[in-house]
Design a protein around this ligand. Structure first.
Ligand code: 5GP
Ligand code: SF4
Ligand code: MG
Length: 465
């Protein structure tokens, strides 16, 4: 998901809408905005579909007055899979003795089911099926006097991955879990402040990127300034390495690095680790593009747009149903026939999950007359599901959970298939010595199976690590 918030500006809603539009790649299913105005109080709007189709109307924006607001773009990972109900669309709102508060959550709470059970037994009335709603109920039960303190209380009971943006009538609050699994950045906009999942959302409103909210940090922003607290016991951070590979936008900055540059470097590593003789390097657009550029530069094989993407289709992977995803490949991608005929083609993509995309693309490119197809993948084999906010399918559906690299090559029917190694990936994100096996610098559980936080609800349900 994507989250955004702003305080101390003349009108928050248009900025929140712009910020969410820039974060649309993090969630395409639905979007919501909550604002507060001293006269009009709290107001909100929640809609299915793209931000640009729902939050550009003057009517909607005018119904959301006030100098402070937060928003959320949703991509369902937990709770009601596939069929999102409007009541699952964030931000969630709660009315407390000291006033109202709204929260927007990116990530996934790994003990949400047991927390929910416990709170329902004690009388909480849940409105949605979302794991994130636990936070509001935990806040309601806290005995602390201020909303930021109640939030701290609540988040200390929550396990897993969370970046949260919350608001009261006057305060904008941002928190990251102690491992800092999901991103969150702080920016300055005019005399106010902005919080966002990624820096590309600061760019769009003309905000200056100040810094990342640190793992385990809570920041509270008002027009007067920003204060910082450390509510959790500190741990060694484990940022999601897959944000670098795929999830974030290439024009964002993560951990002081350009995402584009990291991806290009993954392509360089791939070309060194798994060279191949070929005539063309083509990306599977858009997610494979920077790595393909790096592969081309390092190998000296000419880079070309052998596959063209229809720009009117969004991210297919995050489509919740398999059927749409299947059709999605042809709706979205087409082979540039004249270019690939008779050529030995290297195709570079960011990941192989179920293998549906790669299989379809291979067929399309052979149909178009390519003489050889070689796949180079900018991440190690995805063999484990993510329980921290990226929607990977169950373990059985992951190609790499049951097949070796060679079996996958056979299954996809390509001339060669190679994945960047974990060490190669770590080098590309700036860890010159590769992955520290005893204390990995990132979360890489979907590749390694080493989960930095036990997925308690999953284990309770029989998931075997
Ligand atoms: P497949 O058809 O192999 O399941 O899908 C792989 C494609 O899905 C890749 O092109 C990748 O860009 C895309 N993709 C989108 N979202 C995700 C995600 O959350 N995880 C992974 N691993 N791949 C994703
Ligand atoms: Fe990121 Fe993979 Fe860890 Fe999920 S399991 S947080 S996608 S690195
Ligand atoms: Mg892709």
């Amino acid at each position: 998901c994507g989250i955004f918030g702003v305080v101390g500006v003349e009108s928050a809603a248009p900025m929140v809408a712009l910020g969410l539009h820039a974060l649309q790649h993090r969630g395409q299913e639905a979007a919501g905005v909550v604002v507060h105005d001293p006269e009009a109080g709290f107001n909100s709007a929640r809609r299915f579909g793209y931000v640009r189709d729902n939050f550009t109307d003057a009517e909607v924006i005018d119904s959301l007055p006030g100098p402070i607001g937060i928003g959320h773009v949703r991509y369902s990972t937990a709770g009601s899979k596939g069929a999102t109900a409007i009541r699952d669309v964030q931000p969630f709102f709660g009315e407390f003795a000291m006033g109202g508060a709204a929260i927007a959550h990116n990530g996934n709470i790994t003990n949400a089911e047991s927390l929910r059970r416990e709170m329902i037994e004690r009388g909480s009335i849940f409105q949605s099926s979302s794991d994130s709603e636990c936070i509001i109920h935990l806040m309601a039960r806290s005995l602390q006097r201020t909303i930021p303190e109640r939030m701290e209380d609540a988040l200390r009971r929550v396990e897993g991955a969370f970046s949260v943006i919350a608001m009261t009538r006057t305060k904008l609050i941002g928190v990251r879990d102690p491992l800092g699994v999901r991103p969150l950045v702080l920016g300055r906009v005019g005399d106010g402040w902005a919080l966002a999942s990624e820096t590309c959302a600061l760019d769009i409103i003309g905000a200056e990127f100040l810094r990342e909210v640190e793992p385990g940090e809570m920041v509270v922003a008002t027009p007067e300034g920003v204060t910082s607290e450390r509510p959790f016991r500190s741990k060694r951070p484990r940022f999601c390495i897959f944000e670098h590979v795929y999830f974030s936008r290439p024009d964002s900055q993560l951990g002081g690095r350009s995402v584009y540059e990291t991806r290009r470097q993954i392509g360089v590593e791939l070309a060194r680790e798994a060279p191949v003789e070929a005539d063309l390097v083509c990306p599977v657009p858009d997610s494979g593009t920077p790595a393909a550029i790096g592969f081309g530069q390092e190998s000296g094989i000419p880079y070309a747009m052998g596959i063209v993407r229809n720009q009117y289709v969004g991210r297919t992977f995050i489509e919740p149903t398999e059927q749409i995803r299947n059709m999605g490949v042809r709706l979205k991608l087409n082979v540039n026939r004249a270019l690939v005929r008779g050529k030995r083609v290297v195709l570079v993509d960011d990941s192989v999950v179920r293998g549906t995309t790669s299989r379809k693309i291979k067929e399309m490119i052979l149909d178009a007359g390519a003489s050889e197809v070689h796949f180079r993948i900018a991440s190690p084999p995805t063999a484990w599901p993510c329980f921290y906010g990226v929607d990977t399918p169950e373990r059985e559906k992951l190609l790499a959970s049951s097949m070796s690299e060679d079996e996958m090559r056979e299954h996809l029917g390509v001339d060669s298939l190679r994945f960047v190694t974990l060490d190669g990936l770590y080098r590309a994100v700036g860890e010159a010595g590769g992955r520290d096996a005893r204390a990995p610098q990132y979360c890489d559980a979907c590749f390694s199976g080493e989960y930095p936080v036990e997925p308690a609800d999953q284990v309770g349900r029989g998931f075997r690590l």
